[in-house]
Design a binder for this molecule. Structure first.
Ligand code: ATP
Length: 349
């Protein structure tokens, strides 16, 4: 059964606030989250399998203060975490491993867990983006494929299994009977801005009742499309695929920042009216075309792996903070600020 916001706040009320900890699964952006919490003086708990523990111990400054060892990362020990006064920070692997269980976990979580349901369901996600006035790629009926399209499998799989098709025949050859989405292929440069929305402060770039910060931008390296020129040069033929392998830094021409900030603001304000808001980190996946128009094809309502490029801050946080500020640290900072102002219930759902 889904846990209510009231129940979470009741659990949070029972917390010993002096012993508040930050917890997450050892995966995705965990090094950054633990590192950032350490910089802000908050203790951390890493949920891990025995084998993975060594990896985190190999990075002492990104290693959690304590581990909870589990056999299967799909079962988050939520009671143990709430007994430890922990706030769970959801990242991509938490969302993927926990699935629908996420909405029933009794451990308080940073951000609005309802927003994670909106990012998981492609129809809802597009409703959110279009209600926010963002331009999006067309979704195409397989029988009417008349241009290059990306065929997407359900869920966040880091692009795994996606293929490009240009005709209904090509589609049915590969995807007959499968539950997939066919989306117009966007041509341009991929731009993935990372935002942080704080309802706690009105200083800075205003959005809803708070402020919006642009924490960084990335672009991804996907196999095999991003090194396709090598395959071409080698005289080999290949079919493009989009499995995410890593991320790289991107700084956009400064005049594009206006649109990037407006898209973020609009997503925050629409989240407010659709499902009660999106405090904390989120990211848009967009393509900027030759006319400098942005088209958004995905939103992640949580910290994204692209932020891992910036453990010591980005070319944008340099103008927001005097000290190195990663997204992981920004999360810990927000928890500290909310605690001080007695407003944890505004950012923890
Ligand atoms: P994640 O949740 O990790 O972001 P995902 O499985 O939801 O991954 P997407 O982010 O939707 O996958 O897409 C993966 C990659 O496929 C994108 O980074 C992009 O390169 C490519 N892609 C997706 N949609 C389009 C599109 N409409 N046009 C062109 N390329 C696209």
């Amino acid at each position: 059964m889904n846990i209510t916001r009231e129940k979470i706040h009741e659990i949070l009320k029972g917390y010993d606030k002096k012993k508040l900890k930050i917890a997450t699964i050892c995966s995705h952006t965990a090094l950054q989250i633990f590192h950032g919490a350490r910089q802000e003086g908050i203790k951390t708990i890493g949920i891990t399998t025995e084998g993975r523990k060594k990896v985190y111990e190999a990075f002492p400054l990104g290693c959690p203060d304590e581990f909870i060892v589990v056999d299967d990362l799909r079962s988050i020990p939520d009671r143990e975490l709430s007994d430890e006064n922990a706030i769970l920070v959801p990242h991509g692997s938490v969302v993927e491993y926990s699935g629908s269980k996420l909405s029933s976990l009794r451990v308080p979580m940073l951000g609005n867990r309802e927003s994670l349901a909106w990012e998981k369901d492609r129809e809802k996600m597009f409703k959110w983006m279009t209600s926010a006035g963002l331009q999006v790629p067309a979704t195409i009926d397989p029988d009417k494929i008349d241009r290059p399209c990306v065929v997407k499998l359900p869920g966040a799989k880091g692009g795994r299994g996606y293929r490009v098709v240009s005709t209904p025949e090509e589609f049915y050859e590969q995807f007959e009977g499968m539950n997939v989405t066919v989306q117009e292929y966007l041509i341009g440069v991929r731009v993935y801005p990372h935002y942080f929305y704080s309802p706690l402060s009105k200083e800075g770039y205003r959005a809803a009742e708070g402020k919006l910060e642009l924490m960084g931008i990335d672009r991804r390296f996907e196999s095999n499309i991003d090194e396709a020129y090598r395959t071409d040069h080698a005289g080999l033929s290949f079919s493009p695929s989009f499995t995410v392998v890593g991320n790289e830094l991107l700084v956009v021409r400064e005049s594009l920042l206006e649109d990037i900030m407006l898209m973020g603001k609009s997503m925050v304000e629409t989240a407010d009216s659709l499902f009660g808001g999106i405090p904390g980190p989120f990211c848009l996946e967009t393509v900027c075309d030759e006319n400098l128009q942005f088209f958004a094809f995905e939103v992640s309502a949580r910290i994204v792996a692209g932020t891992n490029i910036y453990p010591l801050g980005s070319p944008y946080t340099a103008y927001l903070y005097e000290e190195p500020m990663s997204m992981g640290r920004r999360i810990a900072r927000e928890i500290k600020l909310a605690l001080r102002a007695n407003k944890l219930q505004k950012i923890i759902f």
